[in-house]
Design a binder for this molecule. Structure first.
Ligand code: NAD
Length: 285
């Protein structure tokens, strides 16, 4: 990589995103003037342009790459020149690298969670994990967990069809039969005997305080992971710590994803600790 770096994020309502600051600080720390623009598709002019037009504009104006977030991760795939096999199998692209006027799609959500898990809970017991929440983040987390070696993964969602669909899709992507959809009723009983627990619901965010299940079922030998990073310490993680559980907060996944994207965009090795410090320094937005 030589010269300056120009990046962007395409998505809806991305004003509070910490991603721009993460990339700008890391690029600058490595000696490159780095600008990372928000391209919010709820606001004009992006609102009135299709994804294809936004991509063409980015190519024409010399962007090095784009992150793509909700709700465009699937839609963007139809407009790219090339898609990495892994992103194809996952069915979503969150990173577009622009090289020689061509767009190349990747997915760093799965690798982001995996990196966070291996760094934050290096020797986690992966025998039997319960995951609550089967949306977009839940899918990436579930694929990561199976690829990290989870032997049995139970997934619950208030929408039981979503849980079953996620289980089927993750089994298809990972080529196994380790994921099962289970009802949320009685999930505490499943959690009691699990080695690890993951929250992939929005319950616990500032706007949606509380926990997705009754945390009195947690036991000290378990590890507990939350994908939420606003706040960094959710009610679930506070309760888990109080019980003596090891915890993994949502910043790990967010930073892991950004590290992988930065390396794809620039070809440079990112400094994970520095990016994590930048992320945490942005405070509780
Ligand atoms: P989503 O809407 O796609 O999925 C959320 C799922 O949770 C839905 O299927 C919903 O039915 C289910 N759900 C909601 N309340 C529940 C409850 N009480 N019990 C069981 N299931 C419940 O949302 P998403 O995009 O997957 O995001 C989920 C959370 O993950 C958000 O808080 C988001 O901020 C966070 N997130 C974090 C990262 C990161 O890098 N750390 C990345 C993406 C999303």
């Amino acid at each position: 990589m030589s010269g300056s770096i120009l990046l962007g994020l395409i998505g809806e309502g991305i004003g509070p995103s910490r991603t721009p600051a993460l990339h700008e600080a890391e690029g600058l720390a490595q000696g490159h003037a780095t600008v990372y623009r928000r391209i919010d598709t709820l606001n004009p002019p992006a609102r009135d342009m299709g994804i294809e037009e936004i991509l063409k504009a980015a190519v024409a104006t010399g962007f090095n790459g784009l992150n793509v977030t909700h709700p465009h991760k699937q839609e963007v795939m139809a407009h790219l020149d090339e898609i990495d096999e892994r992103a194809k199998s996952i069915g979503a692209v969150n990173t577009v690298v622009i090289r020689d006027g061509k767009t190349h799609g990747y997915n760093t959500d799965v690798t982001g969670y995996a990196r966070g898990l291996s760094e934050g809970l290096p020797d986690a017991d992966l025998s039997r994990v319960v995951q609550v929440g089967a949306g977009g983040a839940g899918f990436a987390v579930a694929v990561s967990l199976i690829e990290a070696g989870v032997a049995e993964l139970l997934v619950a969602d208030i929408d039981p069809e979503r849980a079953q669909r996620l289980a089927d899709n993750v089994n298809a992507v990972t080529g196994g039969n380790k994921v099962r959809g289970v009802p949320t009723a009685g999930i505490e009983e499943e959690i009691r005997t699990a080695t690890g627990v993951v929250n992939a619901t929005p319950v616990g965010m500032k706007e949606l305080p509380g926990t997705a299940f009754d945390t009195s079922c947690l036991t000290p030998h378990q590890w507990v992971s939350d994908v939420i990073y606003m706040p960094i310490e959710t009610q679930l993680l506070a309760d888990a710590k109080a019980k003596g559980c090891r915890v993994l907060d949502g910043s790990r996944m967010a930073v892991g994803q950004a590290v992988a994207s930065f390396e794809l965009f620039t070809g440079l090795k990112a400094d994970v600790d520095r990016m994590r410090a930048t992320f945490l320094a942005q405070g509780e937005a």
